[in-house]
Design a protein around this ligand. Structure first.
Ligand code: AMP
Length: 283
């Protein structure tokens, strides 16, 4: 695996390779502290492209809390070993000083797509995401990019970004990879104690319970109420939201569920650590 640290190194390497060999490039942006969820994206990319580029950049502009940015797990040595184990071709490790040599003035507004869930609870988050992803798309110019459904709202935002800015890039959404107990894999899980990791499985249980009640009764309010009761039995857990939305528009739904892709989305704190998860199914 080749490690590139600057925009000019990327331009030299990837773009020369592409011109020489007319290759397809797949791109997986990450913030590092890699786990099997990230690796599944890389593996899908290596199957579908000639060259796979992973970036690791803990992007300061998408953190609304500076302490969350500082405490975000970082483990470059292990990341490199893991990337090599799945035959990633290129690791791009940009520096904040180059990505943000000047403070960006441009800001994004994704309207209804960001006025819900993560957008309302993490002010400025999607502006930071859209900014850094646009920069990375422009530097790498991939044919395909791979994002996890774990960040369902982020997928919708990136879809809109590609559409509105006419990026010539295909967005591939990849399924959520979970621990054996159902907990969605996340870099943030490293910050949970062993006890909290066990307790955190209740998030997935709540999603499954909501889904099964909706399927049985078509009654979203009842499903959400019962799921909240289940969550309340874990006192260490502080629920931020549990919402049932249309998986495409991300707007709340209450009836007319037939044939709609439904997403149940959850965000909660366990101790200091904020976790998100979701479950998508056909109504
Ligand atoms: P992050 O490093 O958290 O920014 O994540 C980088 C990419 O990996 C994003 O597209 C995430 O949605 C995706 N990802 C994170 N966790 C998982 C998971 N458990 N399963 C699948 N994809 C994931």
């Amino acid at each position: 695996m080749i490690v590139l640290k600057t925009r000019s190194e990327v331009l030299q390497y990837i773009h020369t390779e592409r011109r020489k060999n007319n290759i397809q490039v797949g791109f997986v942006p990450t913030m590092g502290a890699l786990h099997k969820g990230h690796l599944s994206l890389i593996e899908t990319s290596t199957q579908e492209n000639d060259l796979t580029v992973c970036s690791i950049f803990v992007n300061p502009t998408q953190f609304n809390e500076s302490s969350d940015f500082e405490k975000y797990p970082r483990d470059f040595d292990q990341d490199i070993t893991l990337l090599e184990s799945v035959q990633c071709d290129v690791l791009f490790l940009p520096q904040a000083s180059e990505m943000y040599s000047k403070k960006a003035v441009l800001s994004f507004n994704f309207g209804a797509l960001e006025n819900v869930m993560e957008g309302t609870h993490r002010e400025g988050h999607f502006n930071g995401v859209a900014l850094v992803v646009s920069k990375l798309f422009n530097i790498i110019q991939p044919n395909r990019t791979y994002f996890g459904q774990k960040d369902l709202q982020q997928c919708a935002i990136i879809h809109q970004l590609i559409e509105d800015l006419s990026f010539n890039i295909e967005l591939i959404r990849c399924p959520i990879i979970r621990e054996e107990n159902g907990l969605a894999m996340s870099s943030r899980n490293r910050r949970l104690t062993t006890k909290e990791q066990e307790e955190a499985k209740v998030l997935y249980q709540a999603l499954e319970l909501t889904k099964s009640i909706i399927q049985e009764t078509q009654n979203i309010d009842q499903a959400v109420t019962e799921a909240k009761q289940l969550l309340s039995r874990t006192p260490a857990l502080q629920l931020e939201y549990l919402e049932v939305v249309d998986a495409t528009t991300l707007q709340s739904i209450s009836d007319k569920l037939k044939n709609v892709e439904i997403a149940i989305c959850i965000a909660a704190f366990l101790g200091e650590v904020r976790l998100i998860d979701n479950l998508v199914f056909k109504g």
